[in-house]
Design a protein around this ligand. Structure first.
Ligand code: SAH
Length: 471
């Protein structure tokens, strides 16, 4: 079910609640907290019993009406919530539909024209969470998480901002509609004072900031790691950078789910091809980043994994610094770490893997472009990026260096993405394993620890089954 959260102005009409079930009570509680004008038809309780239960807890806008509501009792209501738990709900829903009034029958989405969301209540600020009626428990869980994220005095801040905005508009001040000005207020000491309850100090700071006027905007660039694919693996810093950015230059490896977390009106530009870019391309990207930052934009350069692991982040950083641009680096979870976690493959292990080497297979096809020496050590885990098309050369290089052809190896493709794939086998079979990976990015991991991984365990189980069937 597709739904759209909208906010009902509770001063414009009463809410009719029907029923005395626990579900009805919880809706009454929420509505009362939000200051709704409530008409309650407990239906299964007499007035006295209903009053005894609720009179101490409700104020004057809470009216108890005896008996089941008739059509005329619903007329003019802003919304109707029915939670009797029997066929009465059906009747109420029909009346409401006939009158064109939004109706929610608790736990019966098919009778409802709206769902009651789980809400995070910060006075003026309300966050609604809905699952289209599919799982109220999931909605509540999400609400609890958001609850923990949002400062408790957020409502006071919204009120303060609303008041100041009205003031500025009244004076015809141009900063009233300057997004950056407001962002600075929200992110800075003014908001802090409001949330600490010192409105006087907040107001003084606000006026000082306002007098300074719209400052010359200074652009900046953040080199941001987007992680291996799963949007939940973004860091909080990366998320904030995405939400602050005016323009985002992203790589082909960055998933649409991650881009959708960016500010709605940010400009998003795809740069860089799948299989690495030429130096000219890279210079062009550097030029774009510099020009955009000089223009006053907050630029995010978004890269798969971590910017400093085979991500050209170092080159971009140097170019930006040479141009005098303010630049920050936000690390990301590199493919090796994301893929290893998903494959349950510990990259180091006490007494078994004491060294981790990360290398690019891009150069493996060119003779002796990679120095394989030292990789014969059985306690070294080797992770190869961009190695899929050169798997045979990687295999030959490692074996020539002295690594046993029986060393466990794995190919981990599209790690942490919905269509991830993994396969394992001995190093000598690496080319065959690589040929099974399909499209998209993939890593090769070689080392004894691969024997602990999920794909290796699957291989062993499979072999055991074949032997059992043959016996
Ligand atoms: N900066 C990136 C790496 C970019 S190089 C990082 O830190 O992860 C591109 C290579 O990374 C791909 O060829 C592939 O080997 C690897 N890679 C990136 N994302 C991957 C993923 N989700 N699964 C497997 N390998 C991935």
């Amino acid at each position: 079910m597709r739904s759209l959260p909208i906010f009902v102005d509770l001063s414009k009409g009463r809410i009719v609640v029907v029923g005395a079930t626990p579900a009805a009570s919880s809706k009454l509680e929420t509505l009362r907290r939000r200051g709704a004008d409530i008409a309650w038809h407990p239906v299964t309780l007499g007035r006295e019993e209903a009053e005894r239960r609720f009179s101490l807890r409700y104020d004057h806008v809470f009216r108890i009406v005896e008996g089941e509501p008739a059509v005329r009792d619903l007329a003019g209501a802003a919304a109707v919530i029915s939670a009797v738990g029997d066929e009465t709900d059906c009747r109420i829903a029909e009346y409401a539909r006939g009158l064109g009034i939004p109706v929610n029958v608790v736990d019966l989405p098919e009778l409802s024209s709206f769902q009651f969301p789980a809400i995070v209540d910060r006075d003026e600020v309300v966050v609604a969470v809905g699952t289209g009626g599919a799982s109220p428990v999931l909605a509540r869980r999400l609400r609890e998480r958001i609850e923990a994220l949002l400062p408790s005095r957020l409502g006071a801040l919204a009120e303060f901002l609303g008041h100041q905005r009205a003031r500025l508009r009244g004076h015809g001040s141009p900063v009233a509609s300057d997004r950056r000005f407001w962002e600075e207020i929200i992110d800075g000491p003014v908001a802090q004072q409001v949330m600490e309850g010192d409105l006087h100090a907040a107001e003084q700071l606000f006026d000082a900031r306002k007098r300074a006027g719209a400052k010359q905007q200074i652009g900046s660039v953040a080199l941001v790691g987007a992680g291996p694919g799963d949007p939940d693996l973004l860091t909080l810093k990366a998320l904030r950078a995405l939400q602050d950015a005016d323009v985002i230059y992203y790589d082909a490896l960055v998933s649409p789910e991650i881009l959708s977390l960016a500010r709605r009106d940010a400009r998003k530009v795809l740069v860089g091809k799948r299989n690495g870019q030429s130096s000219e391309d890279q210079e062009e990207i550097n030029r774009l980043l510099i020009a955009e930052a000089r223009n006053g934009s907050r630029v995010v350069r978004l890269k798969g994994g971590d910017p400093f692991i085979f991500g050209r982040g170092g080159e971009e950083l140097a170019a930006l610094q040479a141009a005098g641009i303010a630049v920050t680096v936000v690390p990301g979870i590199t493919a090796a770490l994301g893929c290893a976690a998903q494959a349950e493959l510990p990259l180091t292990f006490r007494d078994e893997a004491t060294r981790l080497v990360v290398l690019t297979g891009h150069l493996a096809k060119k003779d002796s472009a990679i120095d394989w020496s030292g990789l014969d050590d059985p306690q070294t885990t080797v992770v190869i990026y961009m190695g899929l098309t050169s798997a045979a050369a990687v295999r030959d290089g490692l074996i020539a260096a002295g690594r046993s052809p029986a060393t466990p190896a794995a190919v981990l493709a599209r790690g942490t993405c919905p269509d991830s794939f993994s396969v394992a086998g001995p190093l000598r079979d690496l080319a065959t394993l690589a040929s099974q990976a399909g499209d998209g990015p993939a890593l090769i991991v070689v080392g004894d620890v691969v024997a602990r991984s999920k794909p290796w365990r699957a291989l062993v189980e499979n072999a055991a089954q074949i032997i059992a069937e043959a016996a």
